[in-house]
Design a protein around this ligand. Structure first.
Ligand SMILES: *Cc1c(COP(=O)(O)O)cnc(C)c1O
Ligand SMILES: [Zn+2]
Length: 428
């Protein structure tokens, strides 16, 4: 009601490095001064005056309950994104030796089952406000799914770019919305470079290039939701996957904003990040005590987080160090084990990025870098049905039987002796 009468709290853009101000247009670099990245600036006094725990709780069960904290001026493109479950993961906690563990499950986000629906809902809303009719992105898979789906809903033209070697589920999950899909012979970093050139020659809105300041703000809602779902409290420790590092830095920004406007009491939160060993430029810099990132060439099953030259890497490093967290990497084998462990203990089937997060969570507990008494939240950012290739050879098979009781009985006997064999090899 008030939003149509009052000015939007969105004030403009500002360089993250030198602070130079820019209007809230489609731009992402400080091209007048230092070439640093731009971020959105809000009027926090205005936000504080119009929001309260009660006003947020009265809002829709989606990211749009936090719309005063998001960089839009008019009506949102509302496809039901956000407010995904925060699951108390007692069985996984016991297995790992933790007391209070939660899974924030964006594998069931709407409409395309990954956290990318958050950033795209915001970016396409802003794209429409800025007058773009064609939207685009450079994607590792999930972003293409989300951009194509939400563009279809909003009736916008869509052309998306992916590396040609993505999982079948990610390709199908884009094509079904009938965008133009460019599968590029090359890795994500090469796709991204190509897209920067296309952004200069075509007047398109690239959600993660010229619209990146707006896009990235969508990830803040992963911070807000966890605070609200924990009963308006901050956790002690979070573990999240790192691709470009954007999601990680924006969970921090979400926490900081709720503290700043008085919605939650301040307390220290440790931030830990997860990468795959086959693409771990941020974890390597963390280990070696560097504050700069050395780009790598990705080679891992965790394709959705395989970014060799991560734009927000230095900011993610800084947050992990300042908060007393860690950034660690795990092998492809550990990633598959992580996927299976989460599925078997909690009934949550995640993709490779989530397997990476669970494997790193396990590693950090083993290394004593997560205290068992900390309230810990692990961010699960995507759905396992999109990356079935990763686990296809590491799971059991069905018993093929005839439609007769005796056929079932003999299979059941074999099943039980197999179960007994497994129990004997597992230490209890
Ligand atoms: C894109 C993506 C991430 C991380 O993205 P950032 O670039 O670090 O913001 C994590 N998990 C999944 C499943 C993703 O698709
Ligand atoms: Zn600057």
């Amino acid at each position: 009601m008030t939003s149509t009468l009052t000015r939007s709290p969105l004030q403009g853009l500002r360089c993250k490095e030198c602070g130079h101000p820019y209007p809230a247009a489609a731009r992402h670099v400080c091209d007048e001064v230092c070439f640093g990245p731009l971020e959105v600036v809000y009027d926090y006094e205005a936000i504080r005056a119009r929001t309260s725990r009660a006003s947020i709780e009265a809002g829709p069960a989606s990211i749009w309950r936090y719309r005063d904290f998001l960089p839009i001026e008019g009506d949102p493109i509302d496809v039901g994104t956000g407010f995904t479950p925060l699951l108390q993961a007692n069985r996984l906690a016991r297995r790992l030796g933790l007391r209070r563990l939660y899974i924030k499950n964006d594998g069931v986000n709407m409409p395309t089952l990954s956290f990318k629906d958050r950033v795209v809902s915001v970016a396409l809303t802003r794209a429409r406000e800025l007058g773009f009719s064609t939207v685009s992105c450079a994607s590792t898979g999930n972003l293409a799914n989300s951009t194509a789906a939400i563009a279809a809903h909003a009736g916008m033209d869509c052309c998306v770019f992916i590396p040609a070697d993505l999982e079948a589920g990610k390709v199908l999950g884009t094509l079904i919305y009938n965008p133009t899909l460019m599968a590029v012979r090359g890795n994500y970093d090469q796709v991204n470079r190509l897209c920067s050139e296309v952004a200069n020659t075509h007047g398109w809105g690239f959600v993660n290039i010229n619209l990146r300041p707006y896009y990235s703000e969508g990830s803040k809602t992963l911070g807000y939701e966890v605070i609200e779902q924990l009963g308006w409290e901050l956790p002690d420790h979070i573990v999240a996957p790192l691709a470009s590092g954007s999601l990680f830095t924006k969970i921090r920004k979400g926490f900081d904003e709720f503290i700043k406007v008085g919605l939650v009491d301040e307390k220290p939160v440790r931030f830990s990040g997860a990468q795959a060993s086959g693409c771990s430029p941020i974890a390597q810099a963390f280990d070696e005590g560097r504050d700069f990132i050395t780009p790598v060439k990705p080679s891992t099953i965790a394709k959705s987080i395989a970014i060799g030259n991560p734009a927000d890497g230095p900011y993610a490093l800084d947050i992990a160090r300042r908060t007393g967290g860690s950034i660690a990497a795990v092998s492809d084998e550990e990633i598959v084990d992580g996927i299976k462990l989460l599925a078997e203990t909690e009934g949550v089937f995640t993709e490779t990025a989530g397997g990476t997060t669970i494997a790193v969570l396990r590693k950090l507990v083993e290394q004593g870098r997560i205290d068992p008494n900390e309230t810990t939240v692990a961010y699960i950012t995507g759905n396992g049905l999109k990356t079935t290739e990763a686990v296809a050879t590491s799971i059991g098979e069905p018993f093929l039987i005839d439609a007769r009781l005796d056929s079932f009985e003999s299979a059941w006997e074999r099943a039980q002796s197999l179960q007994r064999a497994t129990w004997e090899t597992v230490d209890v």
